[in-house]
Structure formats: structure tokens, C-alpha cells
Ligand binder design. Structure first.
Ligand SMILES: Nc1ncnc2c1ncn2[C@@H]1O[C@H](COP(=O)(O)OP(=O)(O)OP(=O)(O)O)[C@@H](O)[C@H]1O
Ligand SMILES: [Mg+2]
Length: 398
């Protein structure tokens, strides 16, 4: 019987750690066997600030996803996020000795193209293929087996700051897990929700999280741009807390229940003041003005990212938003009116198994990490008695 291809994916987000145990089926489907999210404190704008608290949340989410799946996976692919992520274009060209392109030649030209100059403080996270040319003919999808004299590769190298990468790996290790590989969070969430057709005709993807907004743009079937804005839904909550004089949990509830971009709603809301039990009346208009000011600032940030792309015309497939922050009422229609492009909220697709929760926009990143593992063929080693024993001791002493 063939071994089951089981995988553990993690997304250490600013507000929650998500863990997903999935199985890559032989028909190419990804079946969700276990999924869990644990709220986290100790992350800021996608980066680890308090290692112990973050490690606890990772351990909890991974344990719950594993026990739901009946697995004990400890080798994880992990999303990496933050403003430090950058995209550097690279090119490479090789002469082909044998005349027929082999898998090794493809790896060779990709390695050559990914030799870009990065500062000493940065390291490569992932190399994304943009295009292959064979004897000058561009747009070759699968060059292996073709007959040619030369092959060229165009790639994007996603890099990040050493210190951020080291700390994320450290915190995952503290949770008793190992990092198999890192996947850039904006790319992961885009891959979970965008169709090939959307990527072909042109699409903007926004992953609106708690502390960050990932921006990625696809055209002609390939990634054209990737960036991270250090702003997300948490800043609306903290503005409401300060502006309305309520505690953060109340501010969050007010946001989820009443905030709506572009709303003309009148009236007042009753909430308890920060000090004591006195009841406060909050004009809804005031709440909406606070939200509108932050959304204006956020929109400016996102637009600055989009201005880095040369648009001849807008993205034909419009904008697809994921992340919890995308659920802010009225945000989609606000952007559609401002940019004149269609805007939709997207959830992960193409999943089997326990897929209901994993189809929600807040799980796009962790699903995308699992999809990347499946696509790249990165699967954990089979479970062995030895490994179970190690894990037993890690759990006992960790
Ligand atoms: N219905 C909703 N309306 C408005 N905001 C929402 C809603 N549901 C969730 N959010 C907001 O979404 C944010 C969390 O989103 P998400 O879970 O995608 O973030 P994260 O992955 O933890 O953070 P990041 O990606 O920035 O590291 C929070 O700020 C939360 O208030
Ligand atoms: Mg996120």
C-alpha cells in the first residue's frame, strides 16, 4: 500500500496561529484532516516579539490539529510574513551540452537565476519561476525533454531578514516542531484562493490580516509583485479603543458588530466605560468616522504598493480579498468604487475532508502553505516509532 502523504502547515499570524493537517490525495486533491486556530499575543505586524507566548500558541494549535487528524506530525511548513519580505528579479542562462533538456539542467538554470545580490542581513526564502525560454522562445511551460542549445530562466527571489527568519524558526522549535520550509504568507494565501484563469488575465490579491496586509499581483499566469503593508484590522480596534474610551475587547466587538465603511447609519450604542461599570452612549457616526480615517490611511498604503506595477489597464479579474480584515463590512464596495475594479472576498477552494472551516477567508494562508507543500512535493518523513518516542520526550519536557 502506498504511504499516505500527510503534511502539517502553520500560519503564525498576528492575531492567531492556524495549524492544518492535510493529506495530498493521488488525484491532486488536498483533504483536510485536522484544523485549529489559537489566539496569540506576542506577535506584532506579522513578527515574533514574545517567544514563549507565541510558542505556546503554536504548540496548542498544532496539537489540536494533530489530534483531530489522529496524527503526530512534527515537521511543518510555515508561512512567513512581514514588511521585510522583498522580491528581487533574477535571470540565468545555460548552454545545453547534450542537446536534450534534463531535469538537472532545469535545476541548474533555476539555481543560476536565483543568484541575486542580497544584503548580508537577508536570506532567500523561496524562488518563484516567472518564465523559461528555450533557444530564445519564451513562455515554455515544461522544458524537460525538449531539444535545444540554450535555456534561460526568469525568477523572483523572495528574501527576508535573517533575524526574523531565525526567530520564527526558533519559536516553532520551542513548540516542539521543526520547520521543513518557509512559504511567503502573501503568496500562500493568494495560491489558496486564486484560480489559474484569474492569474492569467490579471488579478490583485489582498490578504487583510490583523497586523499586516499582503499584496500580490498576478498577470500572464505569473506573480508580478508581492509586498506587505504593516497595517491590518488590529489598528482599527486600537483606534476605536482609544477614540471611544473602551477596552480592547469591547472595541473589537463594536468593530465586528457595527463598523461599516461608508455607512450613513445614525443613532447611539450603549457600552460600558473603561473605568467602572458606568454605561456610555456612543454615537454610531463617531465610530464610523474613526473606522473611515484608518481605512483611508490603509487604502493609501495599499495604493502605494499598487503604483509600483506598470498597469496598461486594470486587472481584468479585479481584486480578491482574504484574511479576517477583509470581512469588515463595506470594505469591498468601498474599494470597488474607489478603484473601479470588481472586488470579491475569496476563500480557499479545491479542498476535501473537513473543509468547512478551512474554506473561510481567515484560513487562506495556512491552506496555501499546505498547497505549496503539495505542489513542491515537500512531505514529512513517514511516522516512525523512533520519532514518536522523540516527540513523547519533547512533549514531556518542553
Ligand atoms: N467580521 C469581521 N469584520 C471586521 N474585521 C474582522 C472580522 N472578522 C475578523 N476581523 C479582523 O480580522 C483580523 C484578523 O485577521 P486574520 O486572522 O487574517 O489575521 P492574522 O493572520 O492573525 O494577522 P496577520 O496576517 O496580519 O499576521 C482582526 O483584526 C479581526 O478583528
Ligand atoms: Mg494572516
Amino acid at each position: 500500500m502506498p504511504k499516505r502523504q500527510l503534511m502539517l502547515a502553520l500560519d503564525v499570524g498576528t492575531t492567531k496561529v492556524s495549524a492544518l493537517v492535510a493529506e495530498a490525495k493521488t488525484d491532486g486533491e488536498l483533504a483536510v484532516l485536522g484544523i485549529a486556530a489559537t489566539p496569540v499575543v506576542g506577535m506584532r505586524r506579522g513578527l515574533v516579539f514574545e517567544v514563549e507566548r507565541v510558542a505556546l500558541a503554536i504548540r496548542d494549535a498544532a496539537n489540536r490539529a494533530n489530534s483531530m487528524a489522529g496524527t503526530e506530525l512534527t515537521q511543518a511548513a510555515v508561512a512567513i510574513n512581514g514588511e521585510h519580505l522583498t522580491l528581487t528579479p533574477g535571470q540565468g542562462k545555460i548552454a545545453l551540452k547534450t542537446g536534450v533538456i534534463r531535469e538537472e539542467d532545469l535545476q541548474h538554470v533555476m539555481a543560476k537565476a536565483s543568484h541575486v545580490s542580497l544584503g548580508n542581513d537577508r536570506e532567500v526564502i523561496r524562488v518563484i519561476r516567472r518564465g523559461i525560454a528555450v533557444d530564445g522562445f519564451r513562455g515554455v511551460v515544461d522544458p524537460v525533454g525538449m531539444v535545444a542549445h540554450t535555456m534561460e530562466a526568469d525568477v523572483f527571489v523572495v528574501s527576508g531578514l535573517n533575524t526574523v527568519i531565525r526567530n520564527l524558526r526558533h519559536v516553532v522549535n520551542m513548540a516542539g516542531l521543526n520547520v521543513l520550509n518557509f512559504v511567503p504568507a502573501p503568496e500562500a494565501s493568494a495560491n489558496a484562493v486564486l484560480s489559474d484563469d484569474e492569474k492569467q488575465v490579471g488579478v490583485v490579491h489582498l490578504d487583510v490580516g490583523g497586523g499586516t496586509t499582503g499584496v500580490s499581483v498576478y498577470r500572464g499566469g505569473h506573480l508580478q509583485y508581492l509586498g506587505v503593508v504593516p497595517l491590518g484590522g488590529e489598528s482599527i480596534t486600537s483606534d476605536l479603543s482609544v477614540g471611544l474610551g473602551v477596552v480592547a475587547t469591547q472595541a473589537e466587538r463594536l468593530k465586528l458588530e457595527h463598523a461599516a465603511v461608508g455607512s450613513e447609519r445614525e443613532g447611539t450604542l450603549e457600552v460600558r466605560a473603561v473605568s467602572g461599570q458606568a454605561v456610555k452612549l456612543i454615537p454610531i457616526k463617531e465610530l464610523q468616522e474613526i473606522v473611515a480615517a484608518r481605512i483611508d490611511e490603509w487604502t493609501d498604503y495599499v495604493e502605494k504598493q499598487l503604483q509600483k506595477i506598470e498597469w496598461t489597464k486594470g486587472p481584468a479579474a479585479g481584486v480578491v480579498m482574504t484574511g479576517g480584515g477583509a470581512l469588515l463590512k463595506g470594505l469591498d464596495s468601498h474599494l470597488a468604487t474607489r478603484w473601479g475594479w470588481p472586488v470579491r472576498i475569496g476563500g480557499p477552494y479545491g479542498l476535501g475532508g473537513l473543509s468547512d472551516l478551512s474554506k473561510s477567508p481567515g484560513y487562506a494562508t495556512v491552506v496555501g502553505v499546505a498547497k505549496a507543500m503539495m505542489r513542491d512535493g515537500v512531505a514529512p518523513e513517514p511516522e516512525t516509532l523512533w520519532r514518536r518516542l522523540i516527540q513523547f520526550w519533547v512533549n514531556l519536557w518542553g
